[in-house]
Design a protein around this ligand. Sequence first.
Ligand code: SF4
Ligand code: SF4
Ligand SMILES: [Zn+2]
Length: 146
Amino acid sequence: MPLRIKPRQKLVPGVLAAELMAPCGMDCGLCMAFVRDKNGCLGCRAGDEGKAKSCLACSIRNCEVIRSAEAHFCSDECGRFPCPRLKRLDARYRQKYRMSMLENLRAIQHEGVDAFVASERERWVCPECGGLQCVHIPECVYCGHT
Ligand code: SF4
Ligand code: SF4
Ligand SMILES: [Zn+2]
């Protein structure tokens, strides 16, 4: 299958980090916007530069519980967890992108974010070339392995 994108700079799983875990459970290090060379986004927690309008307007990122810094991540400590917006996002990612925000959030809550990031580094490594897989692309963006 032809590669849809091939970034010049090859990312490896070691770039994944706790700071790249968004409040909603998205691992921003696996996002196409993070992987691409041009107009990249440095992750949900990294300021507004390079962010799509939809990310800037995200109701989870802008949720008052998250904004008040009472919570670093959505969790069952929030009385509305999982709120409709989070459920919709989770359903879309489970259906289209082999990933569940709610599973990620539960693992973060139970194991801690550092242990979760360590498991993500193992899960998303390309067995063929060692590159970091992108959640939005079914094949490895560097070598095409599926
Ligand atoms: S576009 Fe959104 S999901 Fe992707 S890296 Fe940026 S903040 Fe994260
Ligand atoms: S689950 Fe709670 S903290 Fe997370 S976005 Fe919904 S209301 Fe905000
Ligand atoms: Zn590869």
